[in-house]
Structures are given as C-alpha cells and as structure tokens.
Design a protein around this ligand. Structure first.
Ligand code: ADP
Ligand code: MG
Length: 399
C-alpha cells in the first residue's frame, strides 16, 4: 500500500502557495561554472561552462552516466566544493563567495541535503540526529526542538522509532530520517544526491512521494537519480554528459538522440531572442534552419490575403518548428512569430547541421519527418476551413 504523508496538515512549515512566486532571480543560478580537479596526470575538467537556472518551487532531476559530474554539480550548489571559476547563487546568496565560517551556517539555514548513504550519526538516536541542525543553527528555542523533531518524524511516518539508533532502522527508514533532518530548519531548498540509489523500488517510491509532497508545499528540490522513470515525474530534467549540461529543450524536442548527439546539438544550436510579436520568418521565404523553442511561446501563422492572420498553432518550450521545409518544399509554408504576450528565445540549428545530426539518427529523422507530414496536413485542413469560411462570408455579403 502506498504511504500517505501528512505534509498538508503540517502547520510548522512556512506558508507557501502552490504556484511558485514570481521573482526576478531564480532560486538557484549557476553561471559559467567550471570545475577542474587536480590529479596526478594533470587537471581534470569535471564541469564545463555550466549554466543552470532553477526557479523557486521547481522539482528538477539531474541525470547522467556515472562519472559525468552530477555530484560535482550538486557540490557547487551546496558549497561543499567550489567552482574553479563561475558564479553560483542560491536564494540570492553568492555561494562561491562565502568563506568557510559563513558557509556551514548558511547551508544549515538554506539547504537540506540528502545523500545516497543517508549519513546519519550512528551513535545518537534518530530524534537527536534531527535536532542537530536546529542546535547548530539555533533556529528554534531549545525547548521546542524535540517537539519539532518529533513532528518531522511523524511527517515521515517514523515517530515510533524516535529513540532508536539509526542502525536499527531499514535503509528506507534511514533515508526518511535523513529527509526529516534535511527539513529541520525549514530550508527553502532540498538537494538530494541519488536519494533512492540504495533503496528497493517500493521504498524508492515512498521517498519520491515524500519529495513530491514537499514540492507541493513550495520547496525547491533537486535530485540526482539513475532512475529515468522517476526523473520523468519531476518538472524538469537536466542531463549531464562529461561535465556538460545538455540543453533540456533540445532533449525534449529530439528525445531519440543519444547523449553524445544531444550534446552535439546543444553545442551547435544558436540561441536567438525575439521581442513580443516579432517575426521569426515569413511564409514563402527560403528556408535554411530548424528551430526549438526554449523560452516563451511562438505562433505559427497562416496569412490570408487582405485579411487578418490566423494563428494555426502555438508552441511553447521544447516544441519545434521549421522541420516542414527541411523535408518538403524548402520554402516556408507558414509564418512564425513571437506571440504578442511574451519575448521568445529559440535555438536555431541550420539545415546543414540538422542534416548531419539526422544522418547519425535514422529514428530521429523518421520522427521529425512524421511531424512534418502531420503539420503539413493540419495546415492544409486549416487553410481549407479558413477558405470555406471566407467563401461563406462572401456569399452572405455579396459585393
Ligand atoms: P557523478 O556524480 O556523475 O558520478 P562526479 O561528479 O562524482 O560524477 O565526478 C565527475 C568526475 O570527476 C569523475 O570522473 C570523477 O572521477 C572526477 N572527480 C570527482 N571528484 C574528484 C576529486 N576530488 N579529484 C579528482 N577527480 C574527481
Ligand atoms: Mg555522484
């Protein structure tokens, strides 16, 4: 049976709305982060120019092969390690600039960290483990700490085990204690490095459910996971390959590419921005590029002579356009513009590059080709419908 946690009843969490607050700054913001490790055979480039923005209230998974740099990336955010260059902001604090003295206290207040192997102190009881962060940061009056720790244990359904040593608990129970400890100071952000990596699938599901409930309460959560099925159930997934982040919209648009191909596409795609309402390309012009939407919404527009345009389709982040002309006419069969309500960012891949990419991946070529056929058919139908409407109007209002 699936465990239900009582997160929604907990009065001691800060009140937060379910919709993430609109803020100017992302909750987590990595800019141009590079990390080199010194090794016997020279510097090892573990993170390569990583940019990653995560908004308050988002649930983000990070996936990638073993050794790809996932833990290194998390360590930049928690301040457990420092970037060689670049900037890391968490909750408006420049983490890369904090000294060792300030770091531990800052982390204790702002981040809950959960590890694969739980890392509970073995010689003190479960409830004392949860009180430790409160003691360290002096966040709650001394006499309230035990009560709060007990409430957190109730939250993870382990109140009966409060006075046992951690080693008396199963792996799944220990991980839930670790999550309760991560929540001790009610931090806005939870960072978890393979939190289900050491658990069976049923227990992993319980832990994931708990994270989901916390996101619903307004927490920002990042988990590293090997489990792609779990990753799919988060709001966003960042894929890291050899220290580089694959653009998530490229991955959404062409999910059948291999990691190496995705990375190649990420490196070759050029980000272009357009103001609200601006034309990206016009019907009838020569076509030379394929586009993936990365911010905002674009409109596919079917122009009508002497009439206002008809918006056939709106496409948001992860959706693509410009594939029709690649497979069909080599002239644009519709216009595309940034929607009136928002500026847009698109990732542009020239047809030469798209061709090179699709030569490596027949399955992606087939998927895009099918999409091109489908869009063409839809556009024809829309045009016919518009045409019929137009002639009806003419009949009703003969000149
Ligand atoms: P992941 O968590 O994705 O498995 P890591 O971030 O732990 O990968 O490691 C990324 C790469 O950096 C690996 O090749 C690893 O061997 C190397 N690495 C990690 N920590 C160190 C270190 N302290 N010194 C040298 N190399 C390291
Ligand atoms: Mg790791």
């Amino acid at each position: 049976m699936r465990r239900t946690y009582k997160v929604n009843e907990m009065a001691f969490f800060q009140k937060t709305n379910n919709t993430p607050p609109e803020t100017d700054h992302p909750m987590i913001d990595l800019r141009g982060v590079n990390k080199y490790y010194k090794t016997a055979v020279g510097d090892y480039h573990a993170l390569k120019d990583v940019d990653l923005q995560i908004n308050a209230g988002e649930f983000v998974s990070i996936i990638g092969k073993s050794g790809s740099g996932k833990s290194t990336l998390l360590n930049m955010i928690t301040g457990i390690d420092r970037p060689t260059d670049g900037e890391v902001f968490v909750n408006n604090t420049a983490v890369h600039g904090l000294n060792e003295n300030k770091m531990a206290r800052w982390r204790g207040l702002n981040l809950g960290v959960v590890f694969q192997f739980f890392q509970l102190l073995p010689t003190i009881s479960v409830i004392e483990n949860i009180m430790l962060p409160m003691d360290f940061c002096r966040t709650y009056p001394m006499r309230e700490r035990e009560k709060r720790a007990m409430q957190l244990l109730e939250l993870v359904d382990l109140a009966d085990h409060a006075y046992k040593l951690p080693t008396a608990l199963s792996g799944g129970q220990q991980q839930r204690v670790a999550i309760a400890r991560a929540l001790a100071n009610d931090p806005p952000v939870i960072i978890a490095d393979e939190p289900t990596g050491n658990l069976d699938s049923k227990t992993a599901e319980d832990v994931f459910t708990l994270f989901n409930d916390l996101v619903a309460q307004g927490k920002t959560i990042i988990i590293v996971t090997h489990d792609s099925a779990l990753a799919k159930r988060t709001h966003r997934t960042a894929l890291i390959t050899d220290g580089e982040i694959v653009n998530e919209y490229v991955a959404q648009a062409m999910p059948t590419l291999t990691q190496e191909q995705l990375l190649w596409a990420t490196r070759n795609a050029k980000a272009q921005t357009y103001e609200a309402g601006a034309m990206i390309f016009a019907e009838g012009t020569n076509a030379d590029a394929f586009y993936i939407v990365s911010k905002g919404t674009v409109e596919i527009v079917l122009p009508r002579p002497n009439q206002s345009d008809v918006v056939a389709l709106q496409l948001g982040p992860g959706k693509f356009f410009g594939e029709m002309a690649f497979f069909h006419a080599h002239k644009r069969s519709a216009s595309v513009r940034a929607s009136e309500s928002n500026a847009v960012e698109v990732l542009r891949l020239g047809y030469d590059q798209l061709s090179e990419l699709l030569n490596q991946s027949e399955v992606t070529r087939d998927a895009l080709h099918q999409m091109a056929d489908k869009h063409e058919e839809e556009n024809l139908k829309k045009r016919e419908a518009i045409g019929a409407l137009f002639s009806d109007i003419k009949k009703e209002n003969p000149q």
